[in-house]
Design a protein around this ligand. Structure first.
Ligand code: 5GP
Length: 180
């Protein structure tokens, strides 16, 4: 089973890319994370399993997460996949989570989906309804993650033209499949 990791700042478009990849590929399934953050108005119905902190901690203590992290005060985790799963797995997680995945699955394919520059990232964050201080925190966090992703060997994909970013990632997934 191939594990594909999509990281990158909120607002760079990785959610849209993840959806398009899964919709166009019957062999790929999108992992649904658990989170303790509040639902946002632009969240898809099935974006996350929204849980309380005690529920999250209960699953964590039971060893139920493949990886997890705290991001801006909220917990996010990838449930351990079903042992019988046959489809490749797409994880939309942050770089700290990608690091944990690479520790036990070094052959995982990791992409850092980025906006063309900080001004565009800020514009997209504000456009989706982030408060200005929250957007600023995310721009700063993105700069830190970019460096960490580079050090881990992530491939950076700039989401300027959406369709091109999708094709770039899809081609690399296909190449990884045919070489395994
Ligand atoms: P957001 O609040 O914008 O939905 O997500 C915030 C950050 O948490 C994003 O970078 C997103 O990729 C990351 N994230 C979402 N789910 C998970 C998860 O299961 N594990 C980890 N490590 N990060 C996650």
């Amino acid at each position: 089973m191939l594990v594909v990791v999509l990281s990158g700042p909120g607002g760079a478009g990785k959610g849209t890319i993840a959806r398009a990849l899964v919709d166009g590929d019957a062999r790929l399934s999108l992992s649904c994370s658990w989170t303790t953050r509040e639902r946002r108005s632009d969240d898809a119905e099935d974006a996350y399993v929204f849980v309380s902190r005690p529920e999250f901690d209960g699953r964590l203590e039971a060893g139920g997460f493949l990886e997890w992290n705290e991001f801006l005060g909220c917990a996010y985790g990838t449930p351990v996949p079903d042992a019988n799963a046959t489809r490749d797995l797409l994880l939309e997680i942050d770089v700290a989570g990608g690091r944990q995945v690479l520790e036990h699955t070094p052959e995982a394919l990791c992409f850092f989906v980025d906006a063309p520059d900080d001004a565009e990232l800020r514009r997209r964050l504000l456009g989706r309804g982030d408060a200005p201080d929250r957007a600023e925190q995310r721009v700063v966090e993105a700069a830190r993650e970019r460096v960490e992703a580079d050090a881990l060997g992530y491939r950076r994909v700039v989401n300027d033209v959406l369709e091109e970013a999708i094709v770039e990632i899809r081609d690399l997934i296909d190449a990884a499949r045919s070489s395994s």
